[in-house]
Design a protein around this ligand. Sequence first.
Ligand SMILES: Cc1cc2nc3c(=O)[nH]c(=O)nc-3n(C[C@H](O)[C@H](O)[C@H](O)COP(=O)(O)OP(=O)(O)OC[C@H]3O[C@@H](n4cnc5c(N)ncnc54)[C@H](O)[C@@H]3O)c2cc1C
Length: 407
Amino acid sequence: MRYNKKAMEKIKTAIIGGGASGLICAAHLQTKNKRIVLFEKLDRVGKKLSATGNGQGNVSNRGVTDTPYFSFDERGAEFARRILQKYDSQSLVDFLRSLGGLCLTDERGRVYPASRQASSLTDLLRREVSARGVDVRLSSVVQGIEKREQGFLLTVLSAGEEKKYWAENVLLCAGGKAAKNFGTDGGGYRLAGGLGHTLTPLYPSLVQLKTDTRWTKSLKGIRAQDCVVRVYVKQEEILSLQGDVIFTEYGVSGDAIFRLSAYIADKIERGEVCLVLDLAPTVTEPDLRAFLEEKKDKYGKEELLCGVVNNQIGRAILRRAEEEKQAVSLVVKRFALPVTGSLGFDYAQVTKGGIPLAEIEPTLQSKKAKGLYFAGEILDVDGPCGGFNLQWAYASARIVADELNQK
Ligand SMILES: Cc1cc2nc3c(=O)[nH]c(=O)nc-3n(C[C@H](O)[C@H](O)[C@H](O)COP(=O)(O)OP(=O)(O)OC[C@H]3O[C@@H](n4cnc5c(N)ncnc54)[C@H](O)[C@@H]3O)c2cc1C
């Protein structure tokens, strides 16, 4: 097809996606004599950013440079670390301060805006992007990108009308496939695919888990507070952490589950994962056994776990111990829940997998199409729960901004 080149708008850099990384990159671009356009398919920028951290915006973590990120590329963690070292947690805090926002760090190293309002992060960024003169086009879906000799030809659908743009550079930061209600339905991968990129397998991460509910059906809505969860893959313990577990009709949710899901997201489908809950972590199994032996003589069996664990959880444990012919103390300390699945991408916060790092330069420029850059979740890099994913969006967007500012 032939296009009238003159009638088309020319852009120095097109940013596709007005999420965390798109806004952060735009907020660092020099715009003097350069036309920068940011296309966002929703009617507002930063909708997901405004919902992060339960609305409080857990924007970073002080442990970023000591915590390995996940990638299907064996050199992926090192690739990410180099970028995160250049633009670390303090750099993000300093940047927000330069925009007029203060941050605070909690006891787990999680960094939040002092306002405890994720939407204030979006407000700060939106204001800076606008002050820089970046042209933000809302409700504009980039439907296609073609690489031509003159640059990139973008097809954008806006208000029912299809428009074409020429862009010298493109930053594709359209996110992953998790939480499609925030505009991220995996469409960014398709755009990258049209430019010669492939895709690793994709898995929902930071997500609630489906488990065998035989023993927990009656516990819907009950929270096991601060229990220890051990994660077994093929019967080998790979991780243990402490936090809240909430029993649901499909399995388990809660802070501990979200955190551990990042480590097993790609293993769940194979049916190899089992969670083992320690529902009384402050006491050892032999001590608990002796304590319960003594208690059994004084009180009825029904009352055995009263005052030890939540009453409803206690009843489920007693039923299980009886049916499985196990000591009650063992069931309390090793309450096994085989994982059967997850709630999937619609409920997940993050996508594990993405554009393979082997197809990307350390500058985050594409090896397939010169002038094409990537940032954020679209890449095959994901972090654990606790501010690591927004930090990745920040650091990767800054690397790209550095590159674009030299052009
Ligand atoms: C509910 C929730 C809570 C979270 N909480 C935290 C947290 O507290 N801390 C943390 O570190 N991480 C958190 N995350 C994860 C974090 O928000 C993401 O990893 C991060 O936003 C990714 O940034 P991004 O710029 O790559 O993509 P996104 O922020 O997802 O932005 C991508 C944007 O691209 C737009 N887009 C997509 N396709 C097109 C197209 N074709 N044309 C135009 N625009 C397009 C989308 O509408 C979207 O606005 C949370 C995620 C969710 C869903």
